[in-house]
Design a protein around this ligand. Structure first.
Ligand SMILES: [Zn+2]
Length: 140
């Protein structure tokens, strides 16, 4: 079965230890994710590619309990939709990233827990190709 990333240059993949690809401003050290061509803080165009830490802490979370509105490319219907967790993950001192969580049960999640980046199937194309996206899973 073939697998492709949902977008170019969002995460390093295939990789044993995938990382999100962000950018870092050479002038003021602001970080962005996804990477940007200009700094949102100071406007500098000197943005360097910067791989974000793979592991971080869950800053806050919620559960997406219904099918998101358009544009949503997950391919589910109201009948097939499964709730999923969404978290804000603090990666180092650098940045907070919004991402899917592999765990949807709020009982299994808590603020401050360690989470790690994983690459997971998002949906399948009609030809069977799996479209891969990133998510964070609880560590341990
Ligand atoms: Zn800057």
């Amino acid at each position: 079965m073939s697998q492709i990333a949902f977008a170019e240059d969002v995460f390093t993949w295939p990789a044993d230890e995938p990382q999100l690809i962000g950018s870092r401003c050479e002038q003021c050290a602001a970080h962005t994710f996804p990477s940007q061509g200009s700094c949102p803080r100071c406007g500098s165009l000197e943005m360097a590619r910067h791989l974000l830490p793979r592991q971080g802490t869950l800053w806050t979370f919620t559960t997406q309990g219904f099918l998101p509105k358009e544009p949503y490319l997950g391919g589910e219907t109201n009948e097939t939709f499964q709730p999923f967790g969404v978290g804000l993950v603090q990666l180092g001192d650098e940045i907070r990233v919004e991402a899917r969580l592999t765990e949807a049960d709020p009982e299994q999640l808590r603020i401050g827990m360690e989470v790690r980046l994983v690459i997971v199937p998002f949906r399948s194309d009609p030809d069977g190709t799996e479209i891969m996206t990133f998510a964070f899973e609880p560590v341990g």
